[in-house]
Design a protein. Structure first.
Length: 146
């Protein structure tokens, strides 16, 4: 199974920005943890991050051409603004799961709106790095049924 994680703007600043919201773990440590978790589950995992909306779209299109089985996306602030990412997720026709480290439904009103979630199979938020882990587990169960 080949899964892509795509992280949006400012996710690379984990451990630096708003530690009370996003925790103290830095981005590199989170990525290493997720790669080790995926490896233990037999998942081939690639992780990408971009602060640029168009680059995120290019990476999603790459998932299509490189035949990924699933995508876990944390669009960051683009969650609340990007119809272009919504369109890109729909166009690749790959099961995509939206995740967030914080519970976006308990934050500012504008963060409760997700343009991208409607293009995804589901959304997991508020569990820190475990939001991603639950996403990996979802894909394990999904593809074991096929």
């Amino acid at each position: 199974m080949k899964i892509m994680i795509l992280n949006g703007p400012n996710i690379n600043f984990l451990g630096i920005r708003e530690k009370e919201v996003y925790g103290h773990q830095n981005y590199a440590d989170m990525c290493n943890y997720l790669k080790n978790t995926a490896e233990s589950k037999g998942i081939n995992l690639d992780i990408f991050q971009s602060n640029i909306e168009g680059e995120m779209i290019n990476i999603l299109q790459r998932a299509y051409f490189e035949k990924y089985d699933g995508v876990i996306i944390n669009p960051g602030a683009y969650t609340h603004t990007s119809i272009a990412l919504f369109d890109a997720i729909k166009s690749i026709e790959i099961p995509t799961l939206e995740v967030h480290l914080s519970n976006i439904h308990k934050r500012e009103d504008f963060r409760k709106i997700s343009y991208t979630a409607a293009a995804c199979v589901g959304q997991i938020s508020g569990l820190g790095v475990d939001s991603y882990v639950m996403g990996l587990e979802y894909f394990c169960r999904m593809f074991s049924k096929k």
